[in-house]
Write a protein that binds this ligand. Structure first.
Ligand code: ZN
Length: 395
């Protein structure tokens, strides 16, 4: 079995290469905005819908008339940029058709365009461009052979190469096809996990996997930095620095979250053949927003709100990482509806709101069963998942 996977590496451009990368991003942003403007005007003035095909056909002319600008970069990455716009429009029309509220695709402001993608099959970009040198490099047309901090092996076939700016850092993302799956030996164990705040999650075996404390510390600093930013005068040097500080902290939060998710997901797929979790789309709606953040400190509402959103995103990242690790390891992942999992007794099935004494304590009013509330919920989640599985097998 083979799967599709992306790997991300930090790259270390020279200062000259970094300047070229920034210029490359900027030109692709302008191309994106120009193509968007083109579609808008054509539709508004003539009622004409322009698609990817027409826009892509114009690239040749654009590159020829602007050899020192757009002409410097790869036609492949420019096509990918136009495709990206095309996808934004497709999503917009899909939402309209489905009767949802949809925002018209927007122009990308300076800080809002941070990725350029190259097809790896053309000559605009190539992975491991100098295979006989000790350092790994990636070749990008107009930028050069950029050094890659390659901390792990690349498996499968490199399909696309992207460069992403994140704060002051640059990353390379390789999307690979035909990556061989690496199934793990069966353990015979199954688990339910209850996603939480005090702990990132709790397993039905009673294990609490630590909440990302360091994440909350960064979140506090981020809240402070954001407040600080509000006080800075527009256009000032101090404001520019404050913006950079906020961006760097956001990037740090993302890195910490991903790191936590990787470690936690790895432990789960190593330990269990079947893992059942709550369906997050439903869980987020039913969870109450208050009373779960411990010691929120100053600016309670603002910080609690920010911390929450950071933790919420943490669950999403965890489940995404878990999904691909489970697929690669040949593990089964089941999502269940979370309704009542926290107020139902895992021993007798009695369901009542008053079963839940506090955030942490569960005591059944029916049979007296006492347990940690999250462990009780995780057992219910596991049970619901196994029932779903059994029903699917019987069908
Ligand atoms: Zn009970």
């Amino acid at each position: 079995m083979a799967v599709r996977r992306s790997v991300k590496f930090l790259i270390r451009p020279t200062s000259k290469q970094a300047a070229a990368l920034a210029q490359c991003l900027e030109d692709h942003r302008q191309l994106y905005n120009a193509a968007l403007e083109h579609r808008r005007t054509a539709y508004r003035k003539a009622g004409v819908t322009i698609g990817y095909g027409e826009q892509s056909a114009e690239l040749k002319e654009i590159r020829k008339t602007d050899p020192d600008g757009q002409g410097r970069w790869s036609a492949g990455s420019q096509q990918q940029t136009l495709r990206r716009l095309d996808k934004a429009f497709a999503a917009f029309f899909r939402r309209i058709k489905a009767g949802h509220k949809a925002g018209y695709p927007r122009f990308k402001g300076r800080g809002r365009f941070d990725t350029v993608e190259w097809p790896a099959t053309k000559n605009g970009a190539s992975w491991d461009s100098q295979p006989h040198e000790p350092a790994t490099r990636v070749y990008l047309l107009g930028i050069g052979h950029v050094r890659v901090h390659q901390h792990r092996a690349v498996k499968g076939r490199v399909k696309t190469i992207s460069v992403k700016r994140d704060g002051a850092r640059w990353y390379l993302v390789l999307s690979c096809d035909d990556v061989p799956a690496e199934p793990l030996p069966a353990t015979g164990a199954v688990a339910g996990i209850d996603l939480g705040v005090a702990s990132l999650f709790t397993t039905s075996d009673g294990e609490h996997v630590a909440g990302p404390r360091h994440l909350l510390t960064t979140a506090d600093r981020l809240a402070d930095a954001q407040r600080d930013l509000c006080r800075k005068e527009r256009g000032s040097e101090r404001r520019r620095k404050a913006v950079a500080r906020v961006a760097a902290l956001h990037a740090k939060v993302r890195r910490q979250r991903l790191d936590t998710a990787h470690k936690a997901a790895l432990t789960l797929v190593r330990g269990y053949d079947v893992i059942v979790h709550e369906d997050l789309r439903i869980a987020n709606m039913t969870r109450s927003a208050s009373g779960t953040i411990e010691q929120p400190g100053r600016n309670v509402a603002q910080k609690a709100g920010l911390n929450r959103s950071i933790l919420d995103a943490g669950w999403g990242v965890l489940l995404r990482v878990l999904a691909y690790k489970a697929e690669s390891a040949g593990r089964e992942l089941i999502a269940v509806e979370p309704r009542n999992t926290s107020r139902t007794c895992s021993r007798c099935g009695h369901c009542a709101r008053d079963n839940r004494l506090t955030q942490a304590a569960f005591r059944c009013l029916g049979c007296g069963h006492a347990a940690h509330a999250d462990v009780n919920a995780a057992i219910n989640i596991l049970r619901a998942g196994l029932a779903l599985r059994q029903a699917a097998e019987a069908a």
